[in-house]
Design a protein around this ligand. Structure first.
Ligand SMILES: Cc1ncc(COP(=O)(O)O)c(C=O)c1O
Length: 399
């Protein structure tokens, strides 16, 4: 593995997680039980949701969220293409058809409400938004569109623990919210997820479906509470275990300091990179209400070099690790045949680059990464041809 001068991400872990895991191991109840229930209660308190149901991945939470809205074959769900493939896959699992909507602009990489309206048909059942990087989608407009057309709203809040929009936690504004605790997220349990909702029926159905559709859990049976069960509906094994839930509870305690630190670092990035020719830093006005899960930049029409070359120079010349969020979902094999008139997404998937951001990162490291960016830009000769060519796309905005 390459040793980076500044890696993209690093885990925020301590002895407390190890101790919490040991306590569960010593208790001899390691599958879903009281720790999972505690994690759910704590997560409901954090988000203000009436119900929080723990599952073993963010993808499982999304899948159960789509099922919670009664979506299935013949239905359509509008979804951004600029997201992780799991967002779209979760619709596909149910037999429903994902319908791609574009993003707003290179400053706002979330789903464009105007394009959502254009994509509504008689089959549309829901809008699935994704709060990119923990930055809120245009939820006022999305909720208004949903109300007007009688659609459900599923929030992919995988990036968004601790992120607030007009006083409401992201994930709790629509009908269902899905969080991920994969290892690179703000809160991690290695693998894990949480569905939040204020809808009792959806919460109850989710609890059943995460465990085979069984009416009684093995924890209850072990406690001697019940011996018989029915399979109410064909379900899944999407349970979280108490080992991971125990990590999650400790990670929740760390979230406040994680958010404060990321906000400071993101603010420093934005300050240093403001006005730098060639680079647009999206979401400039939303750092304070975001979880700042990632720090995306978009190479705009004044950038003298392509994204892949830029990344290569940062990596080999400066030891700065970068990433891409995301390749377009609509270009993946299963979705390639679907209609996709997505000019902003097509631009951003070729020009976005994610810079390092994590709790342990220092202000000096942010300064180093920004200087590496500036030096790389200064060393490259501008090409007028590409300015003109890209300028056309740059004008496009779904506002
Ligand atoms: C936007 C988004 N949605 C869904 C997921 C799926 O979560 P998981 O990996 O926990 O299944 C992830 C992350 O992995 C994600 O980034």
């Amino acid at each position: 593995m390459m040793k980076w001068t500044v890696p993209l991400f690093d885990l925020h872990f301590g002895d407390e997680e190890k101790q919490a895991v040991n306590e569960v191991l010593n208790s001899k109840w390691i599958s879903s039980g009281s720790k999972t229930a505690e994690f759910e209660e704590r997560f409901a308190a954090l988000t203000g949701a009436d119900y929080a149901v723990a599952v073993n991945s963010g993808t499982a939470a999304l899948h159960l969220g789509v099922l919670g809205l009664g979506i299935g074959p013949g239905d359509e769900v509008i979804v951004p293409s600029l997201t992780f493939a799991a967002t779209v896959n979760s619709i596909y699992y149910t037999g429903a058809k994902p319908v791609f909507a574009d993003i707003t602009s290179i400053e706002d990489l979330t789903i464009a409400p105007q394009d959502v309206i254009r994509k509504i048909t008689g089959r549309t059942k829901a809008i699935m938004v994704m709060h990119y990087g923990g930055f809120a989608c245009a939820m006022d407009e999305i909720m208004e569109i949903a109300r007007h057309h009688g659609l459900g709203v599923i929030e992919d809040a995988a990036h968004a623990p601790g992120a607030i929009f007009r006083g409401q936690h992201l994930g709790t504004i629509g009908d269902v919210g899905a969080f991920s605790f994969f290892s690179n997220k703000n809160i991690t349990t290695a693998e894990g997820g949480m569905l939040v909702t204020n809808n009792k029926r959806i919460a109850e159905q989710t609890r059943l479906l995460r465990s085979h559709g069984m009416t009684v859990s093995s924890y209850d049976r072990a406690q001697g509470h019940a011996n018989r069960y029915d399979i109410f509906q064909v379900g899944f094994n999407y349970r979280l275990d108490d080992i991971r839930a125990a990590i999650g509870v400790v990670q929740l305690d760390r979230l406040g300091e994680d958010l404060r630190r990321r906000r400071r670092l993101a603010a420093t990035y934005h300050k240093i990179l403001a006005g730098l020719e060639g680079i647009t830093v999206p979401f400039d006005d939303k750092i304070d209400i975001s979880s700042n899960y990632i720090l995306p930049v978009v190479l705009n029409n004044r950038c003298p070099m392509g994204r892949d070359e830029f990344r290569e120079r940062l990596e080999t010349g400066y030891g700065v690790q970068t990433s891409i969020h995301y390749p377009a979902a609509h270009r993946f094999t299963p979705y390639r045949a679907l209609p996709a008139d997505l000019p902003m997404t097509d631009y951003v998937v070729e020009h976005e680059m994610t810079l390092p951001l994590y709790y342990e990162m220092t202000e000096e490291q942010v300064g180093y990464v920004c200087q590496a960016l500036k030096d790389t830009l200064a060393a490259a000769a501008p090409s007028m041809d590409s300015d003109v060519e890209r300028g056309v796309l740059f004008e496009l905005k779904h506002a």
